[in-house]
Design a protein around this ligand. Structure first.
Ligand SMILES: [Mg+2]
Length: 390
């Protein structure tokens, strides 16, 4: 089997459907009130000469991706990936990962280029599953059950007690057994944040895990440590993104100072950068995303590395069910991945991009589809309606 075409598909809500974002915002929290990141979707579609196609999602500015794939060559080490991929056997997933990484070293390395690789890698795994007629988790060699446990992820904690109570009610009505709250007031008004954490614990009882995400709002470790110690009595499952991921010393201090598990790494790409967070930052939980951190291939390597060090890998994700599926296949295949994030975006490019919906069953788990590959198919109507040509 040979790869015949690599296509970048960008889907985008028309401007008329988008919330207008004021220009004077100063924080992620405020921005999230207007945009949650699912106003646009970027997909890689790979075709083969045997008629098998693969799909992979990536989280980035979709319109920037095209040039990486189709740039005309300048030299062996400066060329679009059409030349690396077309004509190759798509089943050689690890080999192609290494080639893309090595041959883009001079203009890529561990940033945006790894994101593009991520979408390609997920599409190649989708093809491999379809070729071998197996769901991806089975090819990854994990346990045979094919289940992963999602946690519901609210991009905002809430502004008022009523909002917190409403969100807790939503969790209790669902099959989810864990929930994460992000952002304000964590790291901005910690007195209020502690009250909200206590309120959430009282609302949810002890049977539902609570995760907290500061979205890097702390500027120094001491403030983050104060908050971490404050939430200890409410037994949160983890405390995420307290500090900038560059502050490895800060993470090490935070990790040493609290009994709460420290999570970070959603912004990282490749196992090389994640290893620093584990070794120097001493974090307990690594949170990469198949849609930008290096794809399924790299997350499996990261997961095994974390496992060898006695740490956990809990994938980050916030896009459509294509992206969620690729993260779930990884989570289902690792012995040290007790949870996987599950987004709550209501936007059509998150919930209507695929014909399938992926939600937990009564046991709190997602039972992955037995369909070959990633197990998701694109919804033609959504693709036609939102296809963006630039
Ligand atoms: Mg996060």
């Amino acid at each position: 089997m040979k790869i015949t075409k690599v296509e970048v598909m960008v889907l985008r809500m028309p401007d008329s459907e988008m919330m207008k974002v004021p220009t004077n915002l100063f924080s992620t929290t405020e921005y999230l009130y207007y945009r949650d990141g699912n106003e646009e979707a970027a997909l890689i579609r790979i075709e083969t000469d045997e008629g098998i196609e693969g799909i992979g999602e990536l989280s980035t500015l979709g319109t920037v991706v095209e040039s990486v794939i189709h740039a005309p060559p300048q030299a062996t080490w400066w060329r679009g990936w059409d030349e690396i991929l077309v004509g190759q056997d798509p089943l050689e997933v690890g080999y192609l990962w290494d080639r893309m990484y090595r041959e883009s070293g001079l203009y890529g390395g561990r940033g945006f280029i790894t994101t593009v690789m991520s979408g390609i890698d997920c599409a190649l795994w989708d093809i491999a599953g379809k070729y071998y007629k197996q769901p991806v988790y089975r090819l990854l060699g994990g346990g045979g059950a094919g289940t992963a446990t999602p946690y519901m992820s609210f991009s905002r904690f809430g502004k008022t007690e009523e909002e917190i109570i409403e969100r807790c009610e939503k969790v209790k009505r669902s099959n989810y057994r864990a929930v994460k709250f992000h952002n304000h007031p964590i790291g901005m008004d910690d007195k209020k944040a502690l009250k909200f954490v206590e309120l959430a614990r009282n609302q949810l009882g002890d049977g539902i895990d609570i995760m907290l995400d500061a979205a890097e709002h702390y500027h120094d470790a001491k403030e983050a440590i104060k908050f971490a110690r404050g939430i200890e009595p409410f037994n949160p499952y983890f405390f995420e993104a307290a500090l900038s991921e560059d502050d490895l010393d800060g993470y090490a201090k935070l990790s040493d100072a609290t009994s709460v598990k420290i999570a970070a790494g959603e912004g990282q790409t490749t196992r090389y950068l994640c290893r620093e967070l584990l070794e120097k930052g001493k974090i307990d939980i690594l949170q990469p995303d198949t849609n930008w951190s290096g794809g399924i291939t790299e997350l499996m390597r990261m997961g095994r590395m974390a496992n060898d060090m006695g740490r956990l890998l809990i994938p980050h994700t916030y896009k459509s069910y294509v992206g969620l599926a690729s993260n779930l296949h990884v989570s289902a295949s690792l012995p040290n991945s007790p949870y996987c994030e599950a987004p709550t975006s209501p936007l059509p490019l998150a919930v209507n991009l695929t014909n399938e919906k992926i939600v937990p069953e009564a046991d709190g788990k997602i039972h992955l589809s037995e369909r070959p590959g990633l197990g998701v198919t694109l919804n033609k109507e959504t693709v036609e309606k939102y296809r963006f040509v630039w």
